[in-house]
Design a binder for this molecule. Sequence first.
Ligand code: ATP
Length: 427
Amino acid sequence: MSFSHTSNSNLSTRLIKALTSEQSGLLRSVADESARLGLPLYIVGGFVRDLLLGHHGLDFDLVVEGDAIRLARAMVEKHGGKVTVHTRFRTAQWFPPPATNLPAFVDFISARSESYKLPAALPTVKPGTLTDDLSRRDFSINTLALRLDGDSFGELHDELGGLEDLQAGIVRVLHPASFMDDPTRLIRAVRYEQRYGFQIAPTTLALFPGALPIINKLSAERVRHELDLVLEEEKDACMLKRLAELGILAGVHPALKWNHSTEMRFTQGLAAVQTIEHPPSHRSLAWTLWLMDVPLPDLEGIETRLHFESGLRELLLAASALFADAKSLADKKPSRCVEILKRTPLKAVQAVSLALPAGLARRVLRDYLETWRHVKPKTTGHDLMKRGLPPGPEYKRILGTLRVAWLDGELKTEAEEVDLLETLIRA
Ligand code: ATP
């Protein structure tokens, strides 16, 4: 990979070209406002990294040397929209009035320095310079900044060797205690390595073993969020494989595994998702395909570690139970399969149908999803009433028997249904 830019380059042309006129207008407007307030302003992190790699993101992370909340509020006064603030970190999110081509929100960060009193805990923060702010970040490739205010628009700031690492395709932490401070960075390193086909610097990789035991100090929400981000990535399977190889999955929970059969199920299941109507969300499906063969007690252990939201928890448990039992459906009558499957949440049946290899069990689930669950006799309760039958449990028996007969292929025509109905009424 090669860039024509050096650390004192001005990337204004490249920046303008990467954005629509509305987007660059928005950045110009923030820049004008920050110049008016005398606050140096930079766009930092993933946006700059991706701009240099030729990808165009809309993640506007703006660092202000000064009070970011004041600048965000000034933008609301100028353009409208709303702002939410986090006073502890002096950050703000500005939600401009919705418009096509504009990001839904812009992050305003007051440049700060951070120190970690305890491993994996939240840091103590105090106001700082751009360099302080960049020094608290995860990897050198995320420390590039472009100045936006005044005449300096587009000026590249490479304070911590990010450009050289980006050029060489290297993921490198900024200091040896980085993973101890925040072990979510172990997962983030793998995400960048696999997403861009980069390499983790050998000195950074050498820090992994020492940080693995600290993963268990992270809260459920923080680890789950990082794994959720992995599952949103195009190269999710490669990332999970690498996380397993490096012992990170086991560091999260010993029952979190990744092997060849997991990979087949996961990739084939996700690839086939368009064959299903109204499937589970991508994230839920990815989790479910991944964890489907984990035995129940282990799955409960993983759930205790990661605290899935209740809908996903229910889906995982139901899918894992059905997956373990799916083969037994192959030699049951359709009506019996329907009886069993209707007790399982539909999304779990869908997920298992995507996970199973071609064969009888998968056919059963597909038939259930596409046809069997919709099968009803032509006769309705209304017809039975018209025949003078008093409403009661008899209705359920008769209509249920007709449905079973249709499902199991004992009825093929409406005339046959009428004959069976007569027999049932007389019985
Ligand atoms: P992505 O393309 O994955 O969204 P990003 O760089 O935009 O990448 P975010 O998760 O949006 O990543 O974070 C924004 C910036 O905040 C990062 O570029 C990085 O500089 C910093 N950052 C995020 N998480 C951490 C962390 N755990 N430790 C240190 N810095 C972090």
